[in-house]
Design a protein around this ligand. Structure first.
Ligand SMILES: C[S@@+](CC[C@H](N)C(=O)[O-])C[C@H]1O[C@@H](n2cnc3c(N)ncnc32)[C@H](O)[C@@H]1O
Length: 207
């Protein structure tokens, strides 16, 4: 978890800033929305968002996969920075011309169960960016629901700061009960104050 702060007020202030921009420029233009969020974060106030450096590192890692990812699930939305970025990124990786996104405002475990009920068979990319204490229970829930398959990738933020030791112990230990993971930590550099690692666990085998 990040240090205490008024995260709701920060999000409202960012929303006001984005809405003060020329709306015609933002419409149907995810990059312009991302740029507006970055303007605010770089020039007005830092917010707990997934940075461009991390998005670029993630895209580079996903581009190396044999099967291009189509279904990405993010656990831990905030102001939508990463959520807005995933659609265009997946389209680029798949050389596709459209994508569908849906946002659920509910607790992560409930969201995963609902996805399964709604017919999502497998997740290609699971992005963990909620509170770190949920990383292991939610990954184990994905395993229990058979939402992961060999080739699925788990991208986790904040494993270096504030840290997710239980999660690292589990995936870097290779998984349990027939689940097998291989891990990679990508240092994105830059800020000396914030987390700078993108942690990736590649699912290699299922029971
Ligand atoms: C670091 S922020 C996410 C930043 C976001 N990915 C972005 O780039 O805008 C973490 C968010 O996860 C949410 N969160 C924490 N635990 C959660 C849980 N169990 N289920 C759903 N959301 C959760 C928090 O309320 C917070 O909004």
């Amino acid at each position: 978890m990040p240090p205490p702060g008024d995260y709701h007020a920060d999000a409202v202030a960012l929303h006001k800033y984005v809405m003060s921009k020329d709306q015609l420029q933002l419409m149907n233009n995810p990059q312009a929305v991302l740029d507006a969020i970055d303007d605010y974060v770089n020039n007005v106030k830092h917010l707990m968002i997934y940075s461009d450096k991390k998005l670029n590192a993630t895209e580079k890692a996903l581009a190396t996969l044999d099967l291009k990812p189509k279904v990405l699930v993010e656990l831990g939305g905030y102001v939508g920075k990463s959520a807005v970025a995933w659609g265009p990124m997946l389209m680029k990786l798949n050389t596709a011309t459209d994508s569908t996104s849906s946002i659920g405002i509910r607790e992560s475990g409930e969201s995963l169960r609902r996805l399964k009920e709604e017919g999502i068979e497998h997740i290609d990319v699971l992005f963990l960016d909620h509170w770190e204490k949920f990383y292991v229970p939610d990954l184990r829930l994905c395993e229990e629901l058979s939402l992961l398959k060999p080739g699925s990738v788990i991208v986790a933020d904040n494993t270096d700061m504030p840290g997710a030791p239980d999660y690292l112990k589990y995936v870097e230990g290779g998984g349990e009960g027939g689940w097998k993971y291989r891990c990679e930590s990508i240092e994105v550099g830059g800020s000396t104050k914030g987390p700078s690692i993108v942690h990736i666990a590649y699912c290699e085998a299922t029971p």
